[in-house]
Design a protein around this ligand. Structure first.
Ligand code: NAD
Length: 354
């Protein structure tokens, strides 16, 4: 590419590029690799700068910035959550993000993250299910069959070997779409007409509904001994999915307590209610599931380290030739203190070519 030397180009992974990567690499490989990458980063937890995400709430939803860094890389994600958006043909969740060098502060990768968030969220649920669910689990219920659902199903299938799924959504068209999208994946998919029906025989349940209110997607009577719950749709103040009584008789696992206590289902509990940090289970510092009858809840809200892992994974893929475009994002004059000179050189070039 012939570009003036003032430009430091930054690789940009567009939606089209991400789709091509998923197609070429295979979605199951993407999910399995991301699950391992996220687990590896959770195991080196002290290396990260951590802060609850910065959330800007409105009546309609939330816009959040999710930063983190280790001593080498820095990432942030911009993400929204607007449950009513689908009524006007827009998505509930969209995102984009940046990976930058800690050493120079220069961005090294800019990417769409709507698809990447769906991949990393599903990979995280699967990584946690692998750590906490009964080893013999074969059947999962998926409550809420919107944008995240196919990714959640494929991740549980690829990472945990779960191959029977029982689906429920208040809109049956969502369930039909999910089943149609997963045709040919060699996965058993059963459309259910109620949550009760979906929960029959389920050893794992993932709730991924969207409603900006205190919802009771799962009531206490639906939760039997030994169940593992991934509750990922309760991720904002005033937005929950589980009845409080379920939480009171479960072992609760969280990404980052400071964020989850504000945003997760545990916002319904006392601020000092005991929870276990996932990273402690993954490093063996704390036990995960301690009996077959125990109910385990992953109160997943999505944490910046998962996006960090996803961006690190994506950078590797781009370095190996995954599609990207070069973006003219950073003004980078030859003489770093002569920023103004760029404007003069531009005017000169423009006048010469006029
Ligand atoms: P979406 O709007 O595409 O889908 C949500 C689905 O839930 C819809 O099909 C809707 O009909 C269904 N639903 C709503 N209320 C229901 C109920 N009472 N019972 C059954 N189904 C119900 O949203 P999405 O992009 O799939 O996201 C799902 C949820 O996951 C959202 O709340 C989102 O904020 C959250 N999310 C969490 C993370 C995380 O990291 N924890 C990441 C991404 C999204």
């Amino acid at each position: 590419m012939n570009v003036p030397s003032d430009k430091a180009l930054v690789p940009f992974v567009s939606v089209e590029d991400m789709l091509a990567l998923i197609h070429r690499h295979g979605i199951r490989n993407c999910l399995a690799e991301l699950a391992d990458m996220i687990e590896a980063d959770f195991k080196r937890w002290p290396a990260f700068d951590k802060t609850p995400r910065v959330a800007s709430h409105s009546k309609a939803g939330v816009i959040e910035l999710m930063p983190t860094s280790d001593s080498v890389d820095y990432t942030f994600k911009f993400v929204n959550g607007h449950p009513s958006n689908t009524k006007v043909g827009l998505q509930t969740v969209t995102a984009f993000g940046v990976l930058a060098s800690v050493e120079t502060g220069y961005p090294e990768l800019f990417s769409e993250m709507t698809l990447l968030t769906a991949l990393r969220t599903a990979a995280t649920s699967a990584m946690v299910t692998r750590a906490l669910a009964p080893r013999t689990a074969q059947t999962a219920a998926i409550i809420g069959n919107g944008a995240q659902s196919e990714f959640q199903i494929l991740a549980l299938a690829s990472v945990c070997g779960i191959n029977e799924f029982r689906l429920f959504d208040i809109e049956s068209s969502a369930t039909r779409r999910c089943i149609a999208n997963l045709e040919g994946q060699s996965i058993g998919l059963t459309a259910c007409s109620s949550i009760e029906e979906a929960m029959q025989g389920a050893e794992v349940v993932t709730t991924c509904t969207a409603d900006k209110s205190y919802q009771t997607i799962l009531t206490d009577n639906l939760v039997g001994a030994g169940l593992h719950i991934n509750a990922i749709g309760g991720d904002c103040p005033g937005k929950t999915e589980l009845h409080r009584d379920i939480l009171l008789r479960s072992e609760i696992f969280v990404e980052y307590p400071e964020q989850t206590r504000v945003e997760g289902d545990i916002q319904q509990l006392d601020p000092d209610h005991p929870v276990t940090e996932l990273r402690q289970v993954l490093t063996g510092e704390q036990p995960g599931r301690t009996s077959v009858d125990q109910i385990t809840v992953f109160d997943g809200v999505g944490f910046a380290v998962e996006d960090f892992s996803a961006m690190r994974w994506l950078r590797e893929k781009v370095a190996q030739g995954a599609p990207s475009e070069m973006l003219d994002l950073i003004a980078d004059p030859d003489d770093p203190r002569d920023l103004f000179g760029m404007t003069k050189r531009f005017i000169h070039r423009a006048e010469q070519t006029a």
